[in-house]
Write a protein that binds this ligand. Structure first.
Ligand code: FEO
Length: 398
């Protein structure tokens, strides 16, 4: 990514990672790549807000050199210790050893434990401020959005919020601003990011947005550390976060299954016929062949989930087991979930899935429906009726 001017003397100097397809280990698929954003603020003093993934350090440094000699950097703001934002810090510090690194106490500890590098680190807290010249930077601690060390940086003179991971998207494009890209694609990536990374943190996010609203600070631009900069409609992403954090749902269902010899799949198809016949929209996913990150995104605003599995070794199949483990960690609130599946000689999957639904804190729609081998005509009718009842439950008519 070449250097992009965000505002007068404020530049985006981060990098585009077109080819990354997995993030956070294998937990997040990034079909549109990602960006690691860093912002250079040139005033009487010079500050860099965040760095980039370590293997892109040279590109970051080249970008900075287009604007200034890196040795002139006075401050490096480390909003977050995770290596996609701090990986290039040690290489950069070699070029500006006198630069002061600013971050939270947990960031200081995290940087030490990641790099064991010598750095001139100063701990900052919410409300602390540095003056660059015409501009100042204020810090807002944001623990668990999404790591304990996380912090937002705010420039009041520009009404510019740099909240690191919050409001981000894994979305590589040559365009850098919300008014330059397809809005549906942008919101799709923003939702996917929220669902897969931030969903369990809704209560903390709501509190933080409330805290910032009480500070009464204007926000004209939100420049996150991944993806597009929100300069045209910053309130759009704030409102979306408020909805997602409140776990607001639509009357729709997501059906996710794994099947061994297609009996469970046939049940899923009949169930979804029942759901839609009752006027509720539904989507169906075979978890073994569908990108899990996309399924989770689809679940973000759906009120009801149905999970199906064939029974194997007295329990559910392994792909849906891993999927449900992930879903449990997301702790979805205000959801109704049920289960179904086919078995051969002894069941087990339905019971096992029901246990996970309860552990995840979702309202259980029971009893689940288990069928021996392939459903017969009556059992298909039961599957259909199960779908109808589930739809009525979602619609509040049961
Ligand atoms: Fe983009 Fe939490 O790192």
């Amino acid at each position: 990514m070449s250097v992009i001017k965000v505002l007068d003397n404020i530049y985006s100097v981060g990098v585009l990672d077109w080819n990354v397809r997995e993030f956070h280990g294998h937990t997040y698929s990034t079909k549109r790549g990602s960006t690691y954003n860093a912002y250079l603020i040139v005033d009487e003093k010079i500050a860099l807000v965040d760095t980039v993934m370590g293997y892109f350090a040279d590109e970051l440094i080249t970008n900075i050199k287009e604007i200034i000699n890196p040795e002139r950097i006075d401050y490096i703001i480390a909003n977050h210790v995770e290596t996609d934002h701090s990986g290039a810090l040690p290489a950069l510090l070699n070029l500006c050893p006198r630069a002061k690194v600013l971050g939270t106490a947990k960031c200081k500890d995290g940087l030490h434990r990641n790099y064991y590098a010598k750095m001139n680190f100063e701990v900052v807290k919410t409300g602390d401020k540095i003056t660059l010249g015409k501009r100042t930077l204020t810090f807002i601690e944001a623990p668990m959005i999404h790591w304990p060390d996380s912090m937002f940086t705010y420039c009041p003179e520009e009404a510019l919020l740099m909240p690191n991971d919050a409001f981000g998207q894994h979305y590589a494009t040559t365009e850098r601003f919300d008014d330059e890209v397809d809005e549906c694609e942008l919101m799709d990536e923003a939702a996917k990011y929220y669902a897969n990374i931030l969903w369990p943190l809704g209560a903390i996010i709501l509190k933080k947005i409330e805290e910032i609203q009480k500070m009464n600070i204007p926000i004209k631009i939100i420049a996150p550390s991944h993806g597009i900069i929100w300069r045209s409609q910053p309130q759009k992403i704030i409102d979306a976060y408020l909805n997602w954090a409140k776990n607001e749902t639509k009357k729709r269902a997501v059906v996710v299954y794994e099947t061994m010899w297609q009996a469970t799949e046939k049940m899923a198809r009949k169930i979804i016929e029942g759901i839609t016949s009752a006027g509720v929209s539904a989507k169906l996913f075979d978890v073994a062949t569908t990108d899990r990150t996309e399924i989770v995104k689809e679940m973000l605003d759906a009120e009801g989930f149905l999970f199906g599995s064939s029974t194997h070794d007295n329990g559910m199949l392994p792909t849906i087991a891993g999927f449900l483990q992930f879903v449990k960690g997301l702790m979805p609130k205000n959801r109704i979930a049920g289960t179904f599946g086919s078995y051969g000689w002894a069941g087990g999957a339905v019971k096992e899935i029901e246990e996970i639904i309860k552990e995840a804190g979702m309202e259980i729609f029971s009893p689940g429906i288990a069928v021996k081998y392939l459903p017969d005509e009556d059992e298909f009718k039961r599957c259909f009726d199960f779908g109808v009842s589930f739809a009525k439950k979602i619609a509040g008519k049961l």
